[in-house]
Design a binder for this molecule. Structure first.
Ligand code: LLP
Length: 432
C-alpha cells in the first residue's frame, strides 16, 4: 500500500506515512495522540471533483456541516465559495462564525425548534428544508411573528432504496425523514397558502455512504415528476436540491466520482427538460471523509486465547462509527518498517473504553509493538463531529496540514474543559 484508501494525499515515502509533505510521526510527537490530522489539499481535491462535474451549470454546493464542523474546515469551504447545509442553531452559528453567507445556507432536519427557526430567520438563511406539515405551520407562525416570510423547500421522501446501512438510509417510507411523495402536492398547496411561507424549491436526501448513481437518478425522476405537478398548479420552484450522500472508499468500495455522478444527474435533468434549473448538492462525507486520519498510539499488546488485542489510545468516543454501524476503517502503521524481531499478528484493535463495543478494527494483520503509532484511515467525516467525552475522556486535538505547514485547529481538551459547566455542588443531597 503506497497511499491510504481513497486519498493520494496520505502516502508512504521511504516507509514512513506522510500527509502531504509532513511525516505523520512528527505530528504525533509534536501534538500527542489521539490526533486527527486533515489534509487541505485533499479537501480541495474533493471539492474540485464536484466542481469538475458541474462546470458551466447552475449547481451550488452546500457543505453538510455535520460531517466535520471544525471552524477551520468550514472557513476553507466558505472561502472556496461553498454554501452550507445545517441541522441546528449550533451549526448555523458555526457556519456564520466561519464566514458563511447566510443566504447560501439551507436548514435541514426533522426537529427544528422555534428558537432555531427564529435565529435562522433573523440571520437570513437562504432556505428551510421543511420535513412535515406540523413544522410548516410552526415556521409560518414564527415567521409571521417576526413580520417576515420564511423561504421554504419541502423535503420529499421519494421512497427509493439507497442500498446503504439501515441507520444511514433516509429516503424510504419507513424512515422518519421528509414528506411522503404522495402527500407532497397537497403540502405544497398548503405552503403556498400560508402568509409566512415563501415557496422556493424542492429537496430530498436519500441516505449516506451511497456507492452507486442509480438511487440518485431514481430519486431525481420522482422529484421532477413532482416539480411538474406542483408547477402545473401555478407554484413556481426555483431550485432542486438533490441532498448529499455520496459514499467514499473505506476499503474496496468504488463509488462514482462526484463529477461523474453530477454529470449523470445533469444529463437526466437535461433529458427531461429541467437542465436549466438551479440545482443544489449537500455533500458531507465525500468532501472530508478521506481528507483525515486519526493517529493513535499502541498502549498494550494483549495476547488472548481466541483473539489477540492491540489496545490503542483512541477509542469509541473518538471514532464511534465501528461501534455504531460496524463500520470498517482501514488501520495503517505510521512506519512500514517494523522494529527488528516484531512478528506480524492478527489483532482486534480496541480502545480503553470499558465496553466490548469499543473496537476500531477487527482481525487486522499488523506488525506492531507497544509505543508504535497507527493511523485510523478515512476519519475526516463523522468521527470528530460525533466524538463524545464518554469515560471522561477529553476529545482529541485536530491539526490541518497544508504542504509543509501544519496548524493546530482544535486544542486537545483538558480536565478543566470537561468539568467547566458543572458548577452545581449538589449540596442539597447531603442535608437529608
Ligand atoms: N443533507 C442531509 C439532509 C443529511 O441528513 C445529510 C447526512 C447530508 C446532507 C450529508 O450526507 P453525506 O454527504 O455526508 O452522506 N453518521 C453517519 C452518517 C449520517 C448522515 C446523516 N445525514 C455515518 O457516520 O456514517
Amino acid at each position: 500500500m503506497s497511499t491510504l484508501p481513497g486519498s493520494p494525499f496520505f502516502h508512504y515515502q521511504d516507509g514512513q506515512l506522510f500527509v502531504e509533505s509532513v511525516p505523520l510521526h512528527s505530528l504525533a510527537q509534536a501534538y500527542g495522540t489521539p490526533l486527527f490530522v486533515y489534509s487541505k489539499a485533499a479537501l480541495g481535491s474533493a471539492l474540485d471533483a464536484y466542481l469538475a462535474g458541474v462546470q458551466g451549470r447552475q449547481v451550488s454546493i452546500h457543505y453538510a456541516v455535520k460531517a466535520n464542523s471544525n471552524l477551520a474546515i468550514l472557513r476553507y469551504f466558505a472561502q472556496r465559495g461553498c454554501g452550507f447545509d445545517i441541522v441546528s442553531g449550533g451549526e448555523l452559528l458555526r457556519a456564520l462564525a466561519a464566514g458563511a453567507d447566510a443566504a447560501r445556507i439551507v436548514f435541514s432536519g426533522v426537529g427544528k425548534t422555534q428558537d432555531e427557526m427564529r435565529l435562522a430567520l433573523q440571520k437570513g438563511v437562504g432556505c428551510f428544508n421543511v420535513e412535515s406539515l406540523a413544522e410548516l405551520h410552526t415556521l409560518n407562525a414564527v415567521a409571521q411573528s417576526l413580520g417576515v416570510q420564511a423561504p421554504v423547500s419541502l423535503r420529499v421522501n421519494p421512497d427509493v432504496d439507497a442500498q446503504t446501512h439501515p441507520y444511514i438510509s433516509t429516503g424510504l417510507k419507513s424512515n422518519k425523514f421528509g414528506i411522503a411523495h404522495d402527500q407532497a402536492l397537497a403540502a405544497y398547496r398548503l405552503a403556498a397558502s400560508l402568509p409566512g411561507i415563501a415557496v422556493k424549491g424542492i429537496d430530498c436526501h436519500i441516505g449516506s455512504q451511497i456507492t452507486t448513481g442509480a438511487p440518485y437518478l431514481d430519486a431525481l425522476d420522482r422529484l421532477l415528476d413532482l416539480v411538474t405537478a406542483v408547477e402545473a398548479e401555478g407554484i413556481a420552484l426555483s431550485h432542486i436540491d438533490c441532498g448529499g450522500g455520496l459514499g467514499i472508499q473505506y476499503q474496496d468500495e468504488q463509488p462514482p466520482r462526484a463529477g461523474d455522478l453530477w454529470a449523470q444527474i445533469l444529463t437526466r435533468a437535461d433529458a427531461r427538460g429541467f437542465g436549466q434549473r438551479h440545482f443544489m448538492a449537500e455533500p458531507g462525507r465525500s468532501l472530508v471523509g478521506n481528507a483525515g486520519v486519526c493517529v493513535t498510539e499502541v498502549l498494550y499488546l494483549k495476547p488472548g486465547e481466541e483473539r489477540h488485542f492491540c489496545i490503542v489510545d483512541a477509542a469509541m468516543n473518538d471514532l464511534p462509527r465501528p461501534a455504531l454501524y460496524e463500520a470498517y476503517h482501514a488501520i495503517a502503521p505510521l512506519s512500514q518498517t517494523p522494529a527488528a524481531g516484531v512478528q506480524g499478528q492478527v489483532y482486534d484493535v480496541v480502545g480503553p473504553v470499558c465496553e466490548s463495543g469499543d473496537w476500531l478494527g477487527r482481525e487486522r494483520h499488523l506488525h506492531v509493538r507497544q509505543g508504535d503509532w497507527l493511523a485510523v484511515c478515512s476519519a475526516g467525516a463523522y468521527c470528530m463531529s460525533m466524538a463524545s467525552n464518554y469515560n471522561s475522556r477529553p476529545r482529541a486535538a485536530e491539526v490541518l496540514v497544508d504542504g509543509e505547514r501544519h496548524e493546530l485547529i482544535r486544542a486537545r481538551e483538558t480536565f478543566a474543559d470537561l468539568v467547566q459547566a458543572e458548577a452545581g455542588q449538589g449540596s442539597f443531597s447531603t442535608n437529608q
